[in-house]
Each structure stands twice: as C-alpha cells, then as structure tokens.
Ligand binder design. Structure first.
Ligand code: RTP
Ligand code: MG
Length: 140
C-alpha cells in the first residue's frame, strides 16, 4: 500500500451519539480523501483480533467489549503524510489531553470511548486496511 494512506474507524460511542456526518466532514475538510468506506459491526472475536497488540493490557477487555458494542464506520484515507497528519487531526488518546478542535476533543467521552481510531504507522495502516477491506473495495 502507498505510504500516503491511513486507516480510521469512527468508534461505537461517536456513531451512537450521532457524529458520523460531522466527523467525516472534518476529515474531508482537513484534506483527506476517502478511498474506502464501510458501516459495519465488529464481533468480539474480530475486535479482539484488531487490537491484538494490546492483549494483556489492563484496558484490553473493556476495549474489545466497547469496540464490539455497536456499529462503527471504517474508512481508508489518502493524503500526503496521512498517518501523522491524521493522528494530529484526532488528538491525544485521552480527550482531556487532546488539543482544542481535534476530533477527540470535540466528540470523545473518555480515554476508553474516544470517538475515533487512527493507524500509528504506515505498516499498520496497510494491515488494518486489509483487515476491513478487500482490494476491490478501495477506490484510489
Ligand atoms: P487508537 O489505536 O484507537 O487509534 O488509539 P491510540 O493509538 O490513541 O491509543 P492506543 O494506545 O493504541 O490504545 C488503543 C485504544 O485503547 C483504549 N484505551 N483505553 N483506559 C485506558 O487507559 C485506555 N488506554 C487505551 C482507547 O480506546 C484507545 O484508543
Ligand atoms: Mg493505537
């Protein structure tokens, strides 16, 4: 996968609270093009697999339970410097520490229920995109 892509999920809290439209608009206005998009729900097994890197951490069970608690929006985004720029756009993991105007500052409710996911490396962006999308579902 090209290094100008990242992967995101709008998490169940933000979906439940009616923020899908506002978050996608903020993503677009920040210069990201949506090249894949899906409204879906993770099983506990799939959520556990997606966050496997955190298995064993104290928050892992809550994270898996939360991420499978309701529908999510999954998307692949394209932009120069996509991974780093998207992490800047979403803000810190803990919304209390997220910069003003970032997606988490505006829409997250807690460190656990923090509205959006953003890949942390080009390698993980490719792995996570392939986890959710077939090649035929990505439109560059
Ligand atoms: P994400 O992977 O979802 O984009 O979030 P992140 O990189 O900012 O944070 P990460 O360290 O990868 O943690 C993944 C998700 O686990 C939940 N978490 N809860 N209660 C806690 O202390 C805690 N720490 C992490 C959050 O939902 C976080 O986004
Ligand atoms: Mg992470």
């Amino acid at each position: 996968m090209a290094t100008n892509r990242t992967f995101t999920m709008i998490k169940p809290d933000a979906v439940k609270n009616g923020h899908i439209g506002a978050i996608l608009q903020q993503i677009n206005e920040a210069g990201f093009r949506i090249v894949a998009l899906k409204y879906t729900k993770l099983s506990t097994e799939k959520a556990g697999e997606f966050y496997d890197v955190h298995r064993g951490r104290p928050f892992y069970d809550d994270l898996v339970s939360f991420m499978s608690s309701g529908p999510i929006v999954a998307a692949v985004l394209e932009k120069d410097n996509a991974v780093a720029d998207f992490r800047t756009l979403i803000g810190a993991t803990n919304p209390a520490e997220a910069a003003a105007g970032t997606i988490r500052a505006k829409y997250a409710t807690s460190i656990g229920e923090n509205a959006v996911h953003g890949s942390d490396s080009d390698e993980n962006a490719a792995i996570e995109s392939n986890f959710h999308f077939a090649g035929t579902e990505v439109f560059a």
